[in-house]
Ligand binder design. Structure first.
Ligand code: MG
Length: 383
């Protein structure tokens, strides 16, 4: 089998879960998926997470794929996805290893794993070593409305009632009114949510990028969320402060989580050496694709570290997260964005099957994902 065509497709759809200014500077409505075709009529899908204010990351990744990656993998056997990954890692020596180059490689790698599954007639999780589970518990990923603790708690209650493992609340729907700016308001928010979801649903707190704390304040906030039995405390410090994360992890009982901003197994190896997180959150659409994320998962396993895939972008990454989670004995939870979003909920022809708060692994080969061409034609920017 040979790769014949590589088509990066820039998508755009407004994200209704974030209001106005919240769409600036982070996860805007831009995303990129790639379709890789072969001479045997099999094709695969992959995703690069390309959040950027003006779509610059999406266009840059498309260029990297068109000019850099496609000529290197055309004619190659897609089933040798790992050899091709190493080849591309070497080819991006001068500008890669993190950021855009890793996004581009992520999309390609996941598409090749999808193709391998379809070629062998097995689900992607089996391509990656085996299927340990038929379903995986979910947590609902939600945002704080700092103006309205009751309404925020109500969002969580809905998923607690549906049997979700947990609910995670992040940063704030409006950047100028973030979680973390006012201790009293923050504690009132966490207390209201805990009361709403009850004692049996896990509660995760995601601080995010709208506030910049140093270690002592992060410790103070961490001790506060511990009082409400938080299951993890996410991105409480700036991304590059690994020494600060190590100090935070030593100071708190609640597991300190981050990793959505880390690239390849090498970044996670640094986090490991510094003991800078208790729970890792690699994102398949950024870290280097499914096969690279599998390496991160193996590193976590041999060092007895919890991990949960980060997933906030499209249906392709949701499917990738699902297969990765069940491809290891340690996968115990998946992130599922709940707010209405066409790229997560409508881009795939078959909706994700969720029963009692658990997502079922599709039995179709590869990612088990069929892209809805009608929806795709509406959200692709080159339409
Ligand atoms: Mg996060």
């Amino acid at each position: 089998m040979k790769i014949t065509k590589v088509e990066p497709i820039i998508l755009y759809a407004q994200d209704p879960s974030m209001q106005g200014e919240a769409n600036v500077g982070g996860y805007t409505g831009y995303q990129l998926i790639v379709r890789v075709d072969t001479d045997e009529g099999i094709h695969g899908w992959g995703e690069a997470c390309v959040g950027s204010e003006n779509g610059e990351a999406a266009y840059a990744v498309k260029e990297l794929i068109d000019r850099g990656i496609t000529p290197r993998i055309k004619g190659e056997n897609p089933v040798e996805y790992r050899r091709l990954w190493e080849q591309l890692y070497e080819a991006t020596y001068w500008y890669g290893r993190r950021g855009l180059a890793t996004y581009a490689m992520s999309a390609i790698d996941t598409a090749l794993v999808d193709i391998a599954g379809k070629a062998f007639g097995i689900p992607a999780c089996q391509v990656l070593g085996g299927q340990y589970k038929k379903e995986i518990p979910l947590y609902a990923s939600l945002l704080f409305d700092m103006d309205d603790p009751e309404a925020t708690a109500k969002k969580g209650e809905k998923y607690a009632k549906l049997g979700y493992f947990g609910t995670k609340f992040g940063w704030g729907m409006i950047p100028s009114k973030p979680f973390g700016a006012d201790f009293k308001k923050d504690e009132e928010m966490v207390a209201t949510i805990r009361e709403g979801i009850g004692p049996n649903t896990k509660l995760m707190i995601d601080v995010g990028r709208y506030v910049n704390w140093s270690v002592p304040y992060a410790v103070k906030m961490g001790k506060m969320v511990e009082k409400y039995d938080a299951f993890w405390f996410e991105e409480a410090l700036p991304q590059d402060d690994l020494n600060g994360y190590a100090e935070l992890a030593r100071s708190l009982d609640v597991p300190v989580a981050h990793g959505e901003e880390l690239y390849t197994v090498y970044d996670f190896n640094e986090v490991l050496k510094k003991k800078a997180a208790d729970l890792w959150q690699p994102d398949a659409s950024k870290v280097g694709g499914m096969s690279e994320m599998k390496r991160v998962i193996e590193l976590a396993r041999i060092n007895n570290i919890m991990w949960v895939p980060h997933n906030w972008s499209t249906a392709v990454n949701t499917a990738a997260s699902l297969h990765l989670s069940v491809s290891s004995p340690d996968g115990f939870l998946c992130e599922f964005k709940q707010e209405p979003n066409v790229l997560v909920h409508d881009l795939a022809k078959r909706p994700f099957r969720v029963e009692n708060g658990k997502m079922q692994v599709p039995s179709e080969p590869g990612l088990g994902l069929e892209i809805n061409e009608k929806v795709l034609s509406k959200v692709r920017l080159d339409r």
